[in-house]
Structure formats: structure tokens, C-alpha cells
Design a protein around this ligand. Structure first.
Ligand SMILES: Nc1ncnc2c1ncn2[C@@H]1O[C@H](COP(=O)(O)OP(=O)(O)O)[C@@H](O)[C@H]1O
Ligand SMILES: O=C(OP(=O)(O)O)[C@H](O)COP(=O)(O)O
Length: 409
């Protein structure tokens, strides 16, 4: 049981010799040219925890996941995922190229204890991605066909928990046991603490390129008094500086305009006024001039691309982080992919690693930057979620969490 949330976990069910459906999130980056999986982090995360435990406990394991969205280049079969999974599990791993037809059902019925069957990408069935209530999803052919075969249904896909899709919520009303897997459990324990009862000072660090969420994060995290301060980098910082009346150079304003971010400025101006001193903006920035990094004060930004927070800003952020007890970070401080502009992100990670704080990071690029700069193993909790993490930080819950709470049985 996860305290506070009252959600049942694998500790609350007997899975030995039982047929267990497991909704994982194997959704991985795929090379558009070769169609090969580029990063197996998510497959490994489920394999080394929930799936390994189920195999060791001699469950008959049926794995359900999606990969990409229909029409997108990364929409693909799960056959390669199954092969990768086999490398991480001490078990026979089979794959079936269907989801709930007779062939899939026969494969499930033929499973022996300790064996694993991966079903085809569940989004190949169009009914999967409709947003509906668990009760409505329970009437779909997916759930009607598979639920009678499952003794237990485990939801482990935290990174898809913002999607109330059929395979994520539809089994809840009809299976005997509907519980959280180990990946979900670990995420919920870490996130529940930082969202509800963080040790203080609690600092949020937001950067990256997706400034569309910035206003909502700030207003929720400060409005609910979750963070004491929000440190800003990336495009979020450029947008806030511009909203605060700073001249960030025409070229940088154009980038914000093209992404539609300027529309957020009235809301950001309100927030800057409402929370003085708690939304921390850079005091200097790094621009690129003739292929070189040049640090400039925010009052004197030339018309050159802003690619990182400045060194003085990074030092100030480091000081605040080192004195904190909780740090949540989403979004690199600059274009870390270019070594010259990875310094701001590096100094922030260095401070997180040196602090006594509980540190949590999430988001594909944020994790990639921590990994590239050598700090991944120094972070207390690396979330598997991108969009799910942001939505959780904003709302304090997710559709799938609500269903787990309601149907924990
Ligand atoms: N000042 C900046 N201008 C443009 N892009 C930036 C800037 N700072 C960071 N980025 C880019 O933001 C990207 C990551 O942002 P985002 O996708 O929001 O992160 P995540 O995947 O962790 O949620 C990186 O590729 C990085 O190069
Ligand atoms: O990878 C995912 O989200 P993320 O890229 O925000 O981490 C999830 O698998 C959700 O996928 P979706 O956004 O296609 O529903």
C-alpha cells in the first residue's frame, strides 16, 4: 500500500501461478531511418523491477504497451521491444503480433508460470486512445476479451499515467485486483513527497524549450506554496525576461514569437508581480558570437542567439540549490548539446549533487543532459515521466492515479 494515496501495490496481491496483465510504458525513441530503438531505458526500468519480480514469483506475465502514435514515424511494432526485454529477464519472453484476437488469447492461455508474453502495440487498435471513463473502457473489446484471462492487472506505466486510455484504466472495474507496479510505486512515493510535503527550502528549476507549460507550473507551484523559489533557464527564462521588460534582442524575441510563447506574457507579468523574489530570473546570459560563448549582463543583450544562462547566474543558482532541501528540475538551462553552452546546466547539476537535498529530475532532454554531463547517478530520483511528470507537478494528480485510488482492490 502506498501511504497517503491508499493505492495497492504488488505487496498486496498473490501472483504466483496467476495470469497477470501488466501495462508498462515501453514507448522509446526510434530512429526514423532504421526504425531501431535508440534508447532502452524505459524497457529496462520495467524489466529490472516489476517484470523481474513477477517472473521470480512464477506469474504468467502478459505485457501490454504502446509505441508512438498512429501516423507518426515512431509508431512501430513491439517485436524489437520484446527482444530487448528478453536480454534483461531470466525468463522465456514471447511476442505475439496481435492484441486480443484468438491468436493472442491462445498464447496467453498457453503461458507457463515464469513466462512472459508481449502483446502487439496496443495503439494498433483504434479504441485504445479514446479518453473515456474506466467504466466505458471496460465495455470495449480489448477489456472484454482479455479481462476474463487476468487474475491481476498491474499498472506500471507512470510516464503514460496522464492518458485515461483503455489499457491504462479500462481493466479497473472488471478485474479482481488492480494494483500499481514497482515503477509506478517508486514514482508516486517520490512525487507525492515533493508535491505535498517537501523538506524546505524547496526549489524548482525550470528550463528547456517547452515554455508553454511555464505559466501553469509557476502559478500552481507557487500558488499552492509547494516551492519556495523557482529558478529559470532555457526559453522559459528568455520569455520571463522579455515579459519583465528586458531587451533580449530581436532575434530571441522572434524565436519566442514563432513558438507562440509571447501570448503567455500577460499571465507571466501577473505572476512576477504576485510573487516578488520567488521567480528567479538570470542576471546574465550566454550568447553565441562568431562561434564563441560570450557572457553578457541581462541589461546589455546583443542581437545574438541566447544559448545558456550566464556563469554569474549559474553561481547564484548553485548557492540557492546548495542551501535547499528539495530540488525538482525539468528542462536544461541551455543548449547543453553544444559543450560551450552546457556550463549552466552542468553547474546546476553539480550543486544538486553537492547539496543535502532530495533531488528529482524528469524529461527526456533533462535526463540526457544529466547523463551526458555525468550526474545521473547523483540524483535522488530520476523520473521516467515527461508529460506525465509536468502534469503531476501542476495538478498534483493524474487520471490513472485517480483510477488506482478508486479501484485499489
Ligand atoms: N536558450 C535556449 N534556446 C533554445 N533551446 C534551448 C535553450 N535552452 C535549452 N534549450 C533546449 O531545450 C531542449 C530541452 O527542452 P525540453 O524538451 O523542454 O526538455 P525535456 O525533454 O527534459 O522536457 C534541449 O534540446 C535544449 O537544447
Ligand atoms: O512517452 C510518453 O510521453 P513523454 O514523451 O511526455 O514522456 C508517453 O509514453 C505518452 O505518450 P503519448 O504522449 O503519445 O500519449
Amino acid at each position: 500500500m502506498i501511504e497517503g494515496l491508499n493505492i495497492k501495490t504488488l505487496d498486496d496481491v498473490n501472483v504466483s501461478n496467476k495470469t497477470v496483465g501488466v501495462r508498462v510504458d515501453f514507448n522509446s525513441p526510434i530512429d526514423p531511418a532504421t526504425k531501431k530503438i535508440l534508447d532502452d531505458t524505459r524497457i529496462r526500468a520495467h524489466a529490472e523491477t516489476t517484470l523481474k519480480e513477477l517472473v521470480e514469483k512464477k506469474a504468467k506475465v502478459v505485457v501490454i504497451s504502446h509505441q508512438g502514435r498512429k501516423g507518426d514515424p515512431d509508431f512501430a511494432s513491439l517485436s524489437e521491444h520484446a527482444s530487448i526485454l528478453a536480454k534483461f529477464l531470466p525468463a522465456k519472453v514471447k511476442f505475439v503480433d496481435s492484441i486480443f484476437d484468438e491468436k493472442a488469447i491462445n498464447e496467453i492461455k498457453g503461458l507457463k508460470p515464469g513466462e512472459v508474453l508481449v502483446l502487439e502495440n496496443v495503439r494498433m487498435w483504434d479504441g485504445e486512445t479514446k479518453s473515456a471513463s474506466p467504466e466505458d473502457h471496460a465495455k470495449t473489446p480489448l477489456v472484454q476479451s482479455l479481462a476474463p484471462l487476468f487474475d491481476v492487472y498491474v499498472v506500471d506505466a507512470f510516464s503514460a499515467a496522464h492518458r485515461p486510455h483503455a489499457s491504462l484504466v479500462g481493466f479497473a472495474p472488471v478485474v479482481k485486483h488492480f494494483v500499481a507496479g514497482r515503477v509506478m510505486e517508486r514514482e508516486l512515493r517520490a512525487l507525492y513527497k515533493v508535491r505535498n510535503n517537501p523538506e524546505r527550502p524547496c526549489i524548482y528549476v525550470i528550463g528547456g524549450a517547452k515554455a508553454e507549460d511555464t505559466a501553469e507550473i509557476i502559478s500552481n507551484v507557487l500558488g499552492n506554496n509547494i516551492a519556495d523559489k523557482i529558478l529559470t533557464g532555457g526559453l522559459a527564462a528568455n520569455l520571463l525576461l522579455h515579459a519583465a521588460g528586458k531587451n533580449i534582442g530581436e532575434l530571441n524575441v522572434k524565436i519566442l514569437e514563432e513558438k507562440g510563447f509571447l501570448e503567455l506574457e500577460p499571465e507571466l507579468q501577473k505572476l512576477l508581480k504576485q510573487y516578488p523574489g520567488r521567480i528567479v530570473l538570470p542576471i546574465d546570459l550566454a550568447v553565441e558570437s562568431d562561434g564563441k560563448r560570450v557572457d553578457v549582463p541581462v541589461d546589455n543583450v546583443p542581437n545574438l542567439p541566447i544559448k545558456d544562462i550566464g556563469v554569474k547566474t549559474a553561481q547564484e543558482y548553485s548557492k540557492i540549490i546548495k542551501e535547499s532541501r528539495t530540488v525538482v528540475m525539468n528542462g536544461p538551462m541551455g543548449i547543453f548539446e553544444d559543450e560551450k553552452f552546457s556550463l549552466g546546466t552542468k553547474l546546476v547539476f553539480e550543486a544538486m549533487a553537492a547539496s543535502k537535498a532530495f533531488t528529482l529530475i524528469g524529461g527526456g532532454h533533462t535526463i540526457a543532459s544529466a547523463s551526458k554531463l555525468g550526474y545521473l547517478d547523483k540524483i535522488s530520483h530520476v523520473s521516467t515521466g515527461g508529460g506525465a511528470l509536468i502534469e503531476y507537478l501542476i495538478k498534483g494528480t493524474l487520471p490513472v492515479i485517480e483510477v488506482l485510488k478508486q479501484y485499489s482492490k
